[in-house]
Design a protein around this ligand. Structure first.
Ligand SMILES: Cc1cc2nc3c(=O)[nH]c(=O)nc-3n(C[C@H](O)[C@H](O)[C@H](O)COP(=O)(O)OP(=O)(O)OC[C@H]3O[C@@H](n4cnc5c(N)ncnc54)[C@H](O)[C@@H]3O)c2cc1C
Length: 409
C-alpha cells in the first residue's frame, strides 16, 4: 500500500483515484477547482472506440492554410500563440509521416481495443451502467467525393479490424430521419457508443472516490520536483510515496518539474447544447466534411467540435459554438437553435495524438495520465487500469513504451 497523490480531478484523475483506492492505496486528489467546469464536463460524450486515426497525416499540411483562412473553420491558431507552439507543430508534422501514422494507429488501437473491458466495470461500480448507449455512430457526407477523399482514414480503421459499413444517403436517412436529403453517403461504426451526460459520469466518479474515503483537496500543485511530497501553490505540501499527474491540458508544467519534457497544447473545442432541438437522433452523428458532431445526450442535443490553438488563458470565442450550430442546420434542417448553452473546453493534445501514460522515464515515483486529446472520456478507465499496473510494477495490460513521456526527448 502506497500513499499516492493525484494532481487533477477530471475524469482521468478520478478514474485513476478510484482504481488505485480499490487496490488498497491511500489516495489523495488535489485540484485547484475540484468542483469547477473542466474538459471532462462538457465534451461530446462519445465512447469513440473506432478512432485510431491520428490528427496528423500525410499531406495534411497542405489543408492547414485553407482551415486557417476560414475564420470559423475546423482549425484555428491565434497568431500570437504560434511561436510558443513551434516544437509542438514540428512534432505534429513528424507524426503525419506515413510510417508514423501506422505506428500511432496501432498504439491507439491497443488502448481502444480495451475500452469496454475497462469501462463497463467502472460504470457498474459508480451506478451508471444504464448511461452507456451502445448505439454506434454515423459519419455522414453530403458529397461522395469527400468520402473518397477520406478513403485512407477509413482503410486505416478497417486494417485495425474496425467495422465501418458504407451506406447510401437513403439508408442513412432510414436510420436517422432528421438528416437532410443532401446527405449522399454515410459510414456507420457500430462499435462506437455514447453516454447520457459526461458531467454525470464525472460527478458519479467523484462521489464514488469520496465514498472510498479519498480526500479531494482544493489546491494547485505547483511542482513535484522532490520525491516524497507535492508542493502546492499556497506553500503547503502533501506527503506521498508516488504522484500521478492527471491535470489535463495543465500537465506539462508538472512533468517539467519532475525533469520530463512533454509536448502538450490546449486544443480548445466548443459546443452548443440544445435542450429542445426539435429533431431527434438515435446515435452520435459525425458531419465528416466539416469535422463536427451531434450527440443525443440526456441534457439535449450537443453539437460540437473545432480545434482552436490559443493557449490556456485566452478568452473563449463562443462565436464558434454558434457557428457550429448554424452549420448543423444544413445537415439537420429541422434543428431549432434557440435556448442552447455554449461551452468551451481545453483538450489536452499531444502532437502525435497519443496520451502520456505510465512511469516517468526519470523518476520511479512519478506516473503520468494525461494528453488524451479527443479521447479522454473514452480512455479514462483504461488509463486508470494501466496506471495501476505501473504503480504495482506488474506486467502492463498494454505495453506502455508508445505512451512514454520519453518520446518527447
Ligand atoms: C468539444 C470537445 C468534445 C470532446 N468530445 C469527446 C468525446 O466525445 N469523447 C471523449 O472521449 N473525449 C472527448 N473530448 C476530450 C475529453 O473531454 C478530454 O480528453 C478529457 O476530458 C480530459 O480529461 P482530464 O481529466 O485529462 O482533464 P480535465 O477534465 O481538463 O481535468 C483536469 C483537471 O486538472 C486540474 N488542474 C489543472 N492544473 C492543476 C494543478 N497544477 N494541480 C492540480 N490540478 C490541476 C484542473 O482544474 C482540472 O480539474 C472532448 C473535448 C472537447 C473540448
Amino acid at each position: 500500500m502506497a500513499r499516492i497523490a493525484i494532481a487533477g480531478a477530471g475524469v482521468v484523475g478520478l478514474a485513476c483515484a478510484l482504481r488505485l483506492a480499490s487496490e488498497g492505496h491511500a489516495v489523495t486528489v488535489v485540484d485547484p477547482d475540484p468542483d469547477g467546469d473542466k474538459c471532462s464536463w462538457g465534451n461530446a460524450g462519445g465512447i469513440a472506440t473506432t478512432e485510431v486515426v491520428p490528427a496528423s497525416g500525410p499531406g495534411m499540411l497542405w489543408r492547414v492554410p485553407g482551415w486557417l483562412l476560414d475564420p470559423l473553420g475546423p482549425v484555428s491558431l491565434r497568431p500570437s500563440h504560434a511561436p510558443h507552439m513551434l516544437p509542438w507543430l514540428l512534432g505534429w508534422l513528424r507524426a503525419g509521416q506515413a510510417s508514423e501514422v501506422e505506428r500511432i494507429a496501432a498504439a491507439l488501437a491497443a488502448l481502444l481495443g480495451r475500452v469496454y473491458h475497462d469501462l463497463l466495470p467502472v460504470l457498474g461500480e459508480i451506478g451508471l451502467a444504464s448511461h452507456l448507449h451502445r448505439a454506434g455512430a454515423l459519419a455522414v457526407y453530403s458529397n461522395a467525393a469527400a468520402l473518397r477523399g477520406d478513403a485512407g482514414a477509413w482503410a486505416l480503421r478497417r486494417r485495425f479490424g474496425i467495422v465501418c459499413e458504407e451506406l447510401s444517403g437513403a439508408q442513412a436517412r432510414s436510420l436517422e430521419p432528421a438528416l437532410a436529403p443532401k446527405i449522399a453517403v454515410a459510414v456507420r461504426m457500430p462499435d462506437w457508443s455514447h453516454v447520457s451526460d459526461p458531467k454525470a459520469i464525472w460527478a458519479a466518479l467523484l462521489a464514488a472516490v469520496r465514498a472510498r474515503g479519498v480526500p479531494v483537496l482544493r489546491g494547485q500543485v505547483r511542482d513535484i520536483a522532490k520525491p516524497g511530497r507535492v508542493r502546492l501553490a499556497d506553500g503547503q505540501e502533501v506527503a506521498c510515496d508516488a504522484v500521478v499527474v492527471a491535470a489535463g491540458a495543465w500537465s506539462a508544467a508538472l512533468a517539467r518539474s519532475a525533469g520530463d519534457r512533454a509536448l502538450l497544447e490546449s486544443e480548445r473545442g466548443y459546443n452548443l447544447t440544445l435542450p429542445a432541438p426539435g429533431v431527434s437522433l438515435s446515435q452520435e452523428v459525425i458531419f465528416a466534411e466539416r469535422q463536427f458532431v451531434a450527440t443525443p445526450l440526456a441534457v439535449g442535443l450537443r453539437i460540437g467540435g473545432a480545434a482552436e490553438f490559443a493557449g490556456l488563458s485566452a478568452p473563449a470565442n463562443y462565436a464558434r459554438s454558434r457557428a457550429l450550430a448554424r452549420l448543423a442546420v444544413d445537415y439537420l434542417p429541422g434543428l431549432a437553435r434557440s435556448g442552447g448553452t455554449e461551452w468551451m473546453g481545453n483538450r489536452p493534445a499531444t502532437p502525435d495524438s497519443l496520451p502520456v501514460i505510465g512511469a516517468s522515464p526519470r523518476r520511479a515515483d512519478v506516473f503520468y495520465a494525461f494528453g488524451h486529446g479527443h479521447l479522454g472520456l473514452t480512455l479514462a478507465a483504461t488509463t486508470a487500469r494501466l496506471v495501476a499496473d505501473a504503480v504495482a510494477r506488474r506486467p502492463s495490460a498494454v505495453p506502455l513504451a508508445a505512451y512514454s513521456a520519453g518520446r518527447f526527448g
